[in-house]
Design a protein around this ligand. Structure first.
Ligand code: IPD
Length: 276
């Protein structure tokens, strides 16, 4: 059952978990932050704060929603019985966090069905960016909000006048392919921004501070809350060539711009170094 009361409860919980996680991450950022481990490459880092924030959110969920599943960036999957999964990125933009750059966020979402962007039914999501002083949240059918104010995607439809966000993965071969694609796209748009947190890029797209966003290699936890915020702000989130968004590609924006951006990304990927 996900009636209005249940959606509203899930929305409030997603928001309070992301806020609590954000407060802890901000406190830890005031001290010394060091790399605790690396993942897919030497530059794909995890800090102790990533782990602590995820543990905090997991412990709250274990207490409050013991029947739900959990998919988090920094821990083992928890398999529950309710059919709902919490999708957590404890710090999205970890490299910014490490370098004291402000574009990092805590992202918490809950979906029904498998936590896979190709098929999930996102019910609620929140993205908290403490160093930017911004909070975005959305519940399915209930609209999208930034700091309590309703938001809407931008109206730009011409790619050449559009400000586009993107990002790059951590592996050298993937980056080379992504660089080839961005080299093709840059002359066709107003400009490109690489801010370093997919969740924030998607929320900025939802509020019209970016016209669109695309990236290859995005994991479910990077995009879950941001996707719902974009959709509830009247935008679309897709893959390429009619495919749903997935690790292969995420494209977001208003419907017209996202279609045009997706077309150009697909063409650029074909001519790019080995494609993305
Ligand atoms: C990363 C950020 C970044 C994006 C990378 C992601 P992380 O997440 O979202 O903006 O370009 O693809 O992996 O590693 O900081 O959680």
């Amino acid at each position: 059952m996900t009636d209005t009361a249940e959606l509203s409860h899930l929305g409030s919980l997603a928001l309070s978990l992301a806020q609590e996680g954000g407060e802890l991450a901000a406190r830890l950022r005031a001290g010394t932050v060091e790399v605790a481990a690396t993942k897919s490459s030497l530059v794909d880092v995890v800090t102790a704060a990533d782990r602590e924030v995820e543990l905090l959110i997991r412990s709250r969920l274990a207490e409050l929603r013991p029947e739900d599943s959990i998919l988090g960036e920094e821990g083992a999957d928890v398999v529950g019985t309710s059919g709902l999964t919490w999708v957590i990125d404890p710090i999205d933009g970890t490299v910014n966090y490490l370098y004291r750059l402000p574009s990092w966020s805590v992202s918490v979402a809950v979906c029904r069905g498998r936590p896979d962007p190709r098929e999930w039914d996102l019910l609620a999501g929140a993205v908290v960016a403490p160093a930017l002083g911004r909070t975005w949240h959305a519940t399915k059918g209930g609209g999208a909000f930034r700091d309590g104010e309703r938001i809407q995607v931008g109206a730009a439809t011409e790619l050449e006048l559009a400000l586009i966000g993107t990002g790059f993965g951590y592996r050298a071969a993937q980056r080379a392919a992504q660089a080839a694609v961005v080299a093709e796209i840059l002359p066709k748009v107003r400009d490109i921004r690489r801010l370093g947190s997919c969740a924030i890029d998607m929320c900025l797209t939802a509020e019209g501070s970016l016209d669109g966003y695309y990236e290859q290699g995005i994991n479910p936890w990077d995009m879950a809350a941001g996707e719902l915020v974009v959709r509830e702000a009247g935008g679309v989130v897709t893959g390429l060539g009619g495919q749903p968004a997935s690790i292969n590609m995420v494209v977001a924006g208003n419907e017209t711009l996202a279609a045009e951006l997706g077309r150009v990304v697909a063409l650029s990927s074909q001519s790019g170094l080995g494609g993305v």
